[in-house]
Each structure stands twice: as structure tokens, then as C-alpha cells.
Design a protein around this ligand. Structure first.
Ligand code: SF4
Length: 181
């Protein structure tokens, strides 16, 4: 699954954040940190996502939504709790409607503490999430529940594939010339 390392897709959900952590998540996609150069894309569709990134603590109103988004993400998937609120409920923990951290509703794989979490920490968390994703993927393949790695996605094979494409295209050109004559 080498292609995944090049292009993990992430869906970001603001549970009940003060927006501090959300701004830091967005900062990761801006030119200064520019995670898109690694192929990390912030998608709005859970069915296209590999990583579920949640900011803010979970409250009674959004808990079903967090669960619904989690359920819509295909396996394997990893969950990233970004910021102290997402990890534990943070400064909102004692509020009447706050259930606590994201792990009160769904399993969390990586915790990124901080108020607000720094972009460097968030990127570090994504890298850790990718390693866990690979483990989950490999386990699924062993259990016969997932697709094995596609050897054509290997960089070494890309070269061979291009070479064979060139061969095919030159054959095609040759046959075109024969047909023309
Ligand atoms: S951890 Fe801090 S910055 Fe992030 S949502 Fe909570 S209060 Fe806001």
C-alpha cells in the first residue's frame, strides 16, 4: 500500500472546539506547512477518507454525528484526536453537556495534546496515524478482509510499467503504419 503513504486523505470534524485547534489544522494545509505536498488531502466526504481528525470535546448533541461519520469511513481507518479538548474534554470538561474526549464515543488511535495543538504536533500525529493505518491494513489482509498491496504501485515497477507502455505504444505505432500502408 505504498500509494497510501503518498496520498492519505483526511476528514476534519469540529465537535465543539473553540476554533483554536481548527485554525491550526487549517494552518497545516496553508503554504507555510503545506501538507498537501505530501499528498495529504482534506476531504469533505467520509467515504473517501482514511483518517478521521476531530477537534473539540464531544457533547450530547454532536456525539451521534461523530459516530455516524466514523461509521461511514471505510476500513481500515484511524482516528486522530487533535487538541486537549478532543483528548479529554479539556477546559470544557465540566460543562453540563460535554461527554468528554472523542474516545467517549469512538475509538481513538492517536492523541495530539496542546491548547491549541501546534501544526508540527498535528503533522507528527498524522505520521503516527499512517503507521497505525498500515498495521491495520496488513492485519486485514492477513485475515482475508482486505486487498493485498498492488505491486504496480511500487516506484520501481512504475519505471518498468512506463517502459512496457512505451513498448506497447511503439508496437501500436508500428501496426498503425502497417495498416496505413
Ligand atoms: S484544546 Fe484549546 S484551542 Fe483546542 S479546542 Fe480546546 S480550548 Fe480550543
Amino acid at each position: 500500500m505504498k500509494s497510501f503513504h503518498k496520498s492519505p486523505w483526511l476528514i476534519h470534524y469540529d465537535a465543539s472546539s473553540c476554533n483554536g485547534c481548527d485554525i491550526e489544522v487549517l494552518a497545516c494545509t496553508m503554504p507555510r506547512y503545506d501538507v498537501e505536498r505530501f499528498g495529504i488531502i482534506n476531504t469533505g466526504n467520509p467515504m473517501h477518507a482514511d483518517i478521521f481528525c476531530v477537534t473539540g470535546g464531544v457533547n450530547t448533541q454532536n456525539a451521534p454525528i461523530v459516530k455516524q461519520i466514523y461509521d461511514q469511513i471505510p476500513e481500515p481507518k484511524v482516528v486522530l484526536a487533535v487538541g486537549t479538548c478532543a483528548c479529554t474534554g479539556g477546559i470544557f470538561k465540566e460543562c453540563y453537556n460535554i461527554l468528554g474526549g472523542v474516545d467517549q464515543v469512538i475509538p481513538v488511535d492517536v492523541y495530539v495534546p496542546g491548547c491549541a495543538a501546534r501544526p508540527e504536533s498535528i503533522i507528527d500525529g498524522v505520521v503516527k496515524a499512517l503507521a497505525l493505518y498500515q498495521e491495520k491494513h496488513d492485519k486485514m489482509v492477513q485475515e482475508g478482509r482486505g486487498l493485498p498491496e498492488d505491486p504496480s504501485l511500487d516506484e520501481d515497477n512504475d519505471v518498468d510499467e512506463n517502459a512496457s507502455n512505451d513498448d506497447n505504444s511503439s508496437d501500436e505505432n508500428a501496426s498503425d503504419e502497417e495498416n496505413a500502408s
